[in-house]
Design a protein around this ligand. Sequence first.
Ligand code: R5P
Length: 260
Amino acid sequence: MDWGMRNRLARIISPKTNRCVMLAVDHGYFQGPTTGLEHPGETVAPLLPYADALMLTRGVLRNTIDGGAQVPIVLRVSGGTSVLKDDLSDEDLTVSIEDAIRLNASCLALSIFVGSPHEKKSLTNLSKLCDKGQKYGIPVLAVTAVGRDMVRDERYLGLACRIAAELGAQIVKTYYCDGFEKVVDGCPVPVVIAGGKKVEEREALRLAYSAVSDGAVGVDMGRNIFQSRWPVQMIQAVRRIVQEGKSDQQAWEELEGMIG
Ligand code: R5P
């Protein structure tokens, strides 16, 4: 692997721990002003000290994030759909490689929709993006988005993750499921999990712990951090699990101690 590619990956996934706490705040790219992200810059600022990487769109980056921020950027470069349409799979590439470089992106993120009406388009989008990333030494994170009728089980997620890696993604983002260790085992590149819908803090910590115990290198978590009543304490608790090897119970007890 080229030095630039390795260096950018090392900025995201710590070489010391081989783990990553990525903060996802890209939801607005198809959902608009998602709860907790009405003013993304204000939401993100207190969380940045605890994030190994920040996943977002160029619009939110340019308009709301301080240019002096030290956090590596995972730039969302696919889109073109909205929640007003039934089929979210009809995405295109939405950012040129030149603009991603101008924004000093450490990684490019794109969704794939295996089994959906626009499966082929999303997969060839991934291939094209990987070609561009290879040319300039920028890794690609493939997000295994799931259509409304698709089941998030080991068979489906294992298939989607493997295809993403086969087409050239350097990191894959997916969902936790029963049999998750098989999903990781069948995927030759690092896997991070999305947090999914907001659940109780205790449950979200259990999810993070299960994911890393079953082989994920970490999380790319959004709503379960920024929609928490205690977002700063929550990202710290997730960090204790992912980067410090604490159990979900230990992290929960420490979180309870902080919130009183
Ligand atoms: C979804 O398309 C986005 O990429 C989100 O960043 C992703 O789902 C992770 O966020 P959450 O933890 O809220 O599921």
